[in-house]
Every structure is written in structure tokens, then in C-alpha cells.
Design a protein. Structure first.
Length: 119
């Protein structure tokens, strides 16, 4: 890849990440409509609820068995995740009920999902 093209690609990813951070710090989404982004290798990331848990981040490979909650970020209510950005790992904004809306990072597992705490 040419250096100029690479610089433009890096700039684009930087701008997208900054937009995600800004949205996370400003309050962002309220959970009233779904937000999703396609991921690599056929995974789909979205805000979902199974009826027992409120709105949390979910992942699906398109099958019932492959559709699971990534993490119960706010056990007292929904975290209302939004702005899913698949760079590697996954970034999104969510509210844990204590710290307000923050940027989160995840490797698609409960144990690998953490708040970045930038605001």
C-alpha cells in the first residue's frame, strides 16, 4: 500500500474513533432504537435484550446458538450500548449505571470487556 493511501486510512480510523469518544462523553444513545455494526468474519454486534436482562451488548454469528450477550455491563438496568466500532478489538459506548456513558473495549467475551474511562 502506498504511504499516502496508508496515511488517509489511518486518518479515517482516527476520525471515527474520535467521533465515538465524543459521543460516549456527551451522553450518546438512550436505548430507544437499536444500534449495530457488522464485524469481521460474519459477526454482528448489537444492543439487545433477552427479556430477563435489559439492553446490553450482544454478538451473533447469525444462528440462535451463536447469539449471546457479550457482557451484562449494568446489572441494575440497561447499559444501552451504542456506536459499535469494530477495529480489533470492538469499541462501543455504554453506561454501567455508575460512571455514566463511557467508551468500552471488548474482545467479545465477558471477561475481556472493560471500560476505557476517558471522560
Amino acid at each position: 500500500m502506498e504511504v499516502g493511501v496508508m496515511k488517509k486510512a489511518v486518518l479515517l480510523w482516527f476520525v471515527l474513533l474520535m467521533a465515538l469518544i465524543f459521543t460516549a462523553c456527551q451522553g450518546g444513545h438512550t436505548g430507544e432504537e437499536g444500534g449495530a455494526a457488522s464485524g469481521e468474519q460474519g459477526f454482528y454486534y448489537f444492543e439487545g435484550s433477552n427479556g430477563a436482562d435489559s439492553w446490553e451488548p450482544w454478538i451473533s454469528n447469525g444462528t440462535a446458538a451463536g447469539t449471546v450477550m457479550i457482557s451484562d455491563i449494568n446489572p441494575e438496568g440497561g447499559s444501552y450500548p451504542w456506536d459499535f466500532l469494530r477495529i480489533n478489538p470492538l469499541y462501543f459506548s455504554a453506561d454501567d449505571g455508575t460512571n455514566g456513558r463511557e467508551l468500552w473495549i471488548s474482545d467479545r467475551t465477558t471477561g475481556g470487556t472493560f471500560m476505557v474511562d476517558i471522560c
